[in-house]
Design a protein around this ligand. Structure first.
Ligand SMILES: [Zn+2]
Length: 609
């Protein structure tokens, strides 16, 4: 489908009256330069919803819903982005223009092609190095003897070994015609902290697992260190133009067919688990990149499977990952099941034991519904020795039972719950009828604390951490950069990910750098955490961003960064250490002289409280 011209979207945003649009759903009251009211996205008694007409944004401090007019229409009217734009254009008389060929998109596509090519080549190089170099003998021994993986299946997955030299890829890559910038963008090399302007290989002396997308294209690597002191044990490609962790499942290229044929996907945690299971014929296995399964990953699986079996560690982290999966799965048609792995034994280990393959198949076949798993987890964690403890457990299980729909499984679970709580099944059933289900917590809180009295107080939500002083300064810098992208351009260049201490602010930063003019453009449903964070930052109160202000804010962030680095001087050369201390001193002087003049006094707004 052809895209709208950026100009069209801009004109729609300008023409649409956000106060008018929102007012159709809730009463708004003016308060200074914003409008406030009860949130149309969650139940509340005190208003935590605010609209800033000047910027065309809304934001709820209670449930963190936020965005621009287009997003509001998307959410409230259940429309996709394109439909929402068209609906608004219609309503406000904006002429829609589409572009047939977007040169920017074409350029991006060409670049992705280049990055894909270099990743492909490096994967092939690592693979041949594993099998041919004497220096990879230990790695081969580890994979084959220790992990019990066969050569054929290892080759099937393209497992390799990265030489320990600092410049294997840097040199070879450039010789093959790739620029340093491309190698950086592909996540294959990194900038040297010690010698500015120089670079070195990201993966050195590590077993490499190429991560492929569903079409089999290499998008990144996971790399396991050798020996017990390797730190970190697993080093992964950074997020990049081609690699998005949240959208990738390790093994999906090979598992896709088997999943579609059998209707079932098995999700495990590790690279070697996937390889071991495929080797044992459980070819519908994939791994999540990290512990939590994301909505995008479920969507990807939903394209092939009706049933997803989560075979994750039964320890607390694994358990939480499974419960999070239930939240992100929402009411999709995908059935989520849990096969609880015995503690301390991952699937790859199990395959190596006598009869392990059958044991694992048994566990997969016995997988229980995620909701059943959830109910049992609540009961296991609850204090069932006292009536108030049992009441609390009942409070917690009721919404889960309600969410199960009218099924035989639920009927059985009601009996099980009543039994374990030593209560009459009728009590459980009547509580379910009174519909005491709670709203699902939203994922990924950012840094701002929730104002007291906002939102529903029934269930204590996980308490949000107070933002640190550093985070407040980082947030303000980002807000100013969005406010004046042109003035901020040189600062965006000078800033790096290590100027930001929280992952979400780091993502916002990368996003702003990618799309300084409109960081929200093109973000989809699955990126709601990022959308919320951006919206929240845009809602921060501050004076219009000036160059002086940006310069001052930049100095604060640079000082914070140096402080963090100086707190761990172990790996630094003495000369660097001295230089950094000097620089830190100069910054501190400059900052105090600015403060003395009274510049840089941006007011912290609600999100920075
Ligand atoms: Zn809300």
């Amino acid at each position: 489908m052809s895209r709208f011209t950026p100009d069209t979207i801009e004109r729609v945003r300008e023409a649409a009256d956000i106060v008018e649009i929102v007012s159709a759903y809730t009463d708004l009251r003016r308060q200074g330069e914003r409008f406030v009211g009860l949130c149309p996205f969650h139940e509340e008694r005190t208003p935590s919803f605010s609209v800033k007409p000047r910027d065309g944004f809304y934001y709820c401090f209670g449930c963190e819903a936020g965005g621009d007019t287009i997003r509001f229409v998307q959410e409230k009217e259940g429309l996709g982005f394109a439909d929402a734009v068209e609906a608004l254009a219609d309503r406000y008389g904006v002429e829609v223009e589409r572009e047939s060929e977007d040169p920017k998109a074409e350029e991006a596509r060409r670049r992705r092609g280049r990055l894909g090519e270099v990743l492909e080549r490096v994967a092939a190089f690592y693979e041949s190095y594993l099998w041919e170099s004497p220096k990879a003998a230990k790695a081969r021994a580890y994979l084959i003897e220790e992990r019990g993986l066969g050569e054929e299946i290892l080759r099937g997955f393209g497992v390799g070994f990265a030489p320990s030299a600092w410049d294997s890829i840097l040199t070879r890559g450039q010789r093959a015609g790739f620029s340093v910038d491309e190698l950086l963008a592909a996540g294959l090399i990194q900038r040297s902290q010690k010698t500015p302007g120089s670079h070195y290989d990201r993966f050195r002396g590590r077993i490499t697992f190429p991560v492929r997308d569903h079409r089999g294209r290499v998008v990144g690597f996971g790399a396991r260190g050798m020996g017990p002191d390797a730190k970190p044990k697993y080093l992964n490609s950074p997020e990049s133009e081609v690699y998005r962790k949240s959208r990738t499942l390790y093994g999906i290229d090979r598992a896709r067919g088997p999943i579609a044929r059998g209707g079932r996907a098995v999700v495990v945690e590790g690279y070697t688990d996937v390889i071991a299971l495929h080797g044992a014929g459980v070819e519908e296995t994939v791994a999540v990149m990290g512990t939590a399964i994301t909505p995008d990953q479920l969507k990807l699986l939903g394209g092939y499977a009706e049933e997803v079996v989560l075979a994750l560690d039964a320890d607390r982290a694994g358990r939480e990952a499974m419960l999070r999966a239930q939240r992100v799965a929402g009411s999709g048609r995908l059935r989520l099941l849990v096969a609880a792995m015995p503690e301390g034994e991952d699937p790859a280990d199990m395959m190596r034991t006598e009869g392990g393959s059958n044991r694992l198949r048994g566990l997969l076949a016995d997988a229980v519904d995620l909701a059943v798993f959830h109910v049992r987890a609540i009961l296991d964690d609850a204090d069932l020795t006292t009536p108030p403890g049992r009441d609390r457990a009942l409070d917690e299980v009721v919404p889960v039972l309600v969410g199960m729909g009218e099924t035989i499984t639920r009927q059985e679970m009601v009996r099980e719950v009543a039994d374990r709580l030593d209560a009459a099944p009728e009590l459980v059933a009547s509580r379910m009828k009174s519909g005491r289900s709670r709203p699902e917590p939203r994922p990924e809180p950012m840094t701002a604390p929730r104002p007291a009295g906002a939102g529903e107080q029934k269930q204590p939500r996980p308490r949000r951490r107070e933002p640190t002083q550093e985070e407040r300064r980082e947030a303000m810098m980002l807000a100013l950069c969005m406010d004046a992208p042109e003035t901020a351009a040189p600062y965006l260049d000078r800033l790096g990910p290590d100027h930001f201490t929280s992952p979400i602010l780091r993502s916002v930063f990368e996003r702003i750098r990618e799309r300084p003019d409109d960081p929200l453009e093109g973000l989809g449903e699955s990126e709601s955490a990022l959308i919320n964070a951006i919206t929240r930052l845009r809602a921060l109160d501050h004076e219009p961003a000036t160059k002086d202000d940006l310069e001052f804010r930049w100095m604060l962030l640079e000082r914070d960064r140096l402080d963090r680095a100086l707190r761990h001087p172990e790996g630094l050369e003495p000369a660097d250490l001295v230089a950094m201390q000097k620089q830190r001193g100069r910054l501190a002087d400059a900052i105090s002289s600015v403060e003395a003049r009274g510049i840089g006094g941006a007011v912290p707004g609600p999100a920075a409280r």
